[in-house]
Design a protein around this ligand. Structure first.
Ligand SMILES: O=C(O)CCC(=O)C(=O)O
Ligand SMILES: [Fe+2]
Length: 279
């Protein structure tokens, strides 16, 4: 099984069909050249101030994040292009269709630079839905899609410098404990500005960077349903002043809206003194 490429003008049905079949799809030229140049420059400038290796203290997370990989969040504090990415129509279409379509109140889960350095081994294969292990254990194999992710290439990303490895079709495996083998993976090679969009249920991991001096420059962005806790507390990263004049969608994604399950019944979440947020 392979990962299909579609253009940035693809029809929603086509995008969804490929995404559902393989658990992943590649959108060529998801971002314009000028936007990608700006994003790349802002991220590279910030990366120069960071040391490789994660800020996480835990040894397991240090391995998972990579000892020669630079990761950081707060991309919207570096460039406004980040807010355009939040509004990307294809990612919106997928998220609206898959993340609780009856009431698409989803959050930004995390958005982070993922710069894989030379010599970094392949990341442990995993499913992003394992961020919520209790739910995965309870609900697999009939688990709804709770998170979807994007890896956006800031430069051309080849297999040799650590393209994300994916096992297409693994989102449909009967047993979530089956983790797959590196030999079953294929690399999602991307040209600058193109993006891999993938299911929270599909097995994947950052690839090994076999080069001697080239960095794999990419940005990860993921969304999660509004009734789960996101990976990053984004409303503390993006203060009120930065969010106040943005669209309703951006306010919601960044945690400045409450979760309202209507038209289903049930309680509202993330309230302020029993009422929904409004800024
Ligand atoms: O860096 C990559 O290509 C993927 C990273 C990833 O899947 C993760 O950290 O969850
Ligand atoms: Fe992942």
């Amino acid at each position: 099984m392979k990962i299909t490429h579609v253009s940035n003008e693809t029809k929603p049905e086509t995008l969804l069909t490929h995404f559902n079949d393989a658990g992943a799809v590649i959108v060529d030229d998801l971002m314009s050249r000028s936007a990608i140049t700006e994003l790349r420059q802002s991220i590279v400038n910030q990366a120069r101030l960071n040391k490789p290796g994660t800020a996480a203290q835990d040894a397991g997370w240090q391995v998972f994040h990579g000892r020669n990989t630079i990761r950081f969040t707060g991309i919207g504090l570096l460039t406004p292009v980040f807010f355009d990415l939040l509004e990307n129509p294809l990612m919106k279409m997928l998220a609206d269709a898959l993340l609780d379509p009856d009431c698409p109140n989803y959050w930004l889960n995390t958005a982070q630079a993922m710069l894989i350095g030379p010599g970094e081994p392949a990341q442990l294969l995993h499913r992003d839905c394992q961020n919520w292990p209790s739910l995965t254990k309870l609900a697999w194999p009939n688990m709804p899609e709770v998170t979807i992710s994007m890896i956006l290439a800031l430069d051309d990303v080849s297999e040799a410098i650590g393209a994300t490895r994916v096992i297409p079709g693994s989102h449909l495996w009967q047993d979530y404990r089956r983790q797959g083998n590196p030999e079953d993976t294929i690399p999602a090679e991307l040209s600058a500005g193109s993006a891999l969009l993938y299911s929270g249920k599909v097995i994947h991991g950052g690839g090994e960077n076999l080069s001697e001096g080239d960095w794999r420059l990419a940005l990860h962005m993921s969304f999660v349903v509004g009734w789960l806790t996101p990976e990053e507390a984004t409303c503390f990263v993006y203060p009120r002043e930065i969010v106040a004049n943005r669209s309703d969608r951006i306010k919601r994604l960044l945690g400045y809206r409450s979760y309202n399950p209507s038209p289903k019944s049930g309680g509202r979440l993330w309230l302020q003194n029993f009422d929904e947020w409004s800024i």
